[in-house]
Design a protein around this ligand. Structure first.
Ligand code: AOF
Ligand code: ZN
Length: 349
């Protein structure tokens, strides 16, 4: 790691302190370096509040030193008046001669304009330091702005012989249906707190009666999303209990009530683009697609996915619903517990 990368790495460390409280804004960290010493640090702490650069500059005691310092920041300084004034203006005002940027802001109101402004003011701007790491940290934010859709995570558990579920019509009494174990279940709950929404199809809602809430971890509940073309799902299902906000995509016209919103879409044409457009308009930056087989396979077939988390249990079903098929082999795996493995595929790395 060279010197610039070390400072950028510190920016990334700082940025992560904002995890969970800055969305839909990105996590951003910033350091001010004077003669080889860090004299100021800051990060974006909360959506609506000061940006990383503002906090870093504020923390510098002797502001005169800024005129001979370098500012490192993991995301391009903004150029727009949003909930806060432009960071690029603040940098220019303090006459900081050099700025090192980790990644360019994909947000349309910025998108290179911050860099342009600073360069016009005579500031030397260096780009691309630890860019891959900066993009990875804010992968949801980047995907959302660049692809105009949420970051899509497919998640399922399958048996060692490649089944997603048993054939319930032929289920023998006492046959186990759980593939995942306690540890992987907790991991799933933790992940729910990290994403904005969670989606299931009609059959999964009917057969499994899932709650899709966070119970085995502490954190925010994701928005629950259901697909129910003919409005077949009974109000008695856990997903419709009104305990957390839930959206049902249907072709029927149904009045929404507290925590249960019905959105009408056209099922005679491809529904995924309609769903994603709606989620984009709602500022939903990430979605976990939890099932079932048909829905997950539709996302794969249309190239609409960014990560797949596949949990392999140590059970065999011999017969049942086949697991979805990914076009690429898993490239990273984690041992969850004993023989349980979590395979991780992400398309950005
Ligand atoms: C920066 N530094 O630390 C962050 C930036 O509504 P606002 O004013 O908070 O602006 C939000 C947008 O600003 C956000 O979408 C992203 O483009 C940028 N975030 N920019 O210079 C920061 N968090
Ligand atoms: Zn800013």
């Amino acid at each position: 790691m060279n010197t610039a990368e070390k400072y950028m790495n510190r920016c990334l460390e700082l940025a992560q302190l904002g995890a969970g409280s800055v969305a839909p804004n990105p996590m951003v960290g910033c350091v001010v370096v004077h003669e080889g010493k860090i004299i100021g640090e800051g990060y974006h702490q909360k959506c609506g509040e000061a940006h990383a650069e503002v906090n870093a500059i504020r923390s510098v005691k002797d502001k005169v030193l800024l005129k001979t310092s370098t500012l490192y920041v993991s995301l391009e300084p903004c150029a727009h008046f949003g909930k806060t004034p432009p960071c690029s203006d603040l940098i220019i005002e303090h006459q900081i001669p050099k700025v090192v940027v980790g990644s360019i802001d994909p947000f349309a109101a910025v998108a290179g304009k911050g860099i342009e402004k600073m360069e016009k003011a005579g500031i030397e701007v260096q780009l691309g330091v630890l860019e891959e790491e900066c993009l990875w940290l804010n992968r949801r934010f980047f995907t959302f702005h660049q692809k105009k859709r949420p970051y899509l995570i497919l998640k399922w558990a399958q048996t060692l012989d490649g089944f997603l579920d048993i054939d319930r019509a032929q289920q023998t009494f006492g046959q186990p249906t759980w593939i995942s174990n306690e540890l992987s279940r907790r991991q799933v709950h933790k992940q729910r707190t990290e994403e904005d929404a969670i989606l299931v199809g009609t059959n999964t809602a009917l057969k499994d009666n899932p709650s899709l809430t966070v119970r085995e971890w502490v954190g925010k509940q994701p928005l629950r999303l259901l697909i129910d073309r003919k409005n077949r799902l009974a109000e008695s299902l856990n997903l419709k209990d009104g305990s957390v906000p839930t959206v049902v995509f249907t072709e029927e016209k149904i009045d929404s009530k507290a925590n249960l919103e019905y959105i009408r879409i056209d099922f005679d044409t491809n529904i995924l683009p309609q769903l994603l457009a709606w989620l984009y308009a709602r500022d939903i930056q990430s979605v976990i697609v939890e099932g079932g087989q048909f829905l997950i396979q539709s996302f794969i077939d249309q190239g609409l996915w960014d990560e797949a988390h596949v949990y392999f249990g140590n059970t065999f079903f011999v017969n049942g619903v086949p697991a979805p098929k990914l076009p690429v082999p898993p490239i990273r795996s984690e041992n969850m517990h004993d023989t349980q493995l979590r395979f991780f595929v992400n398309r950005l790395k």
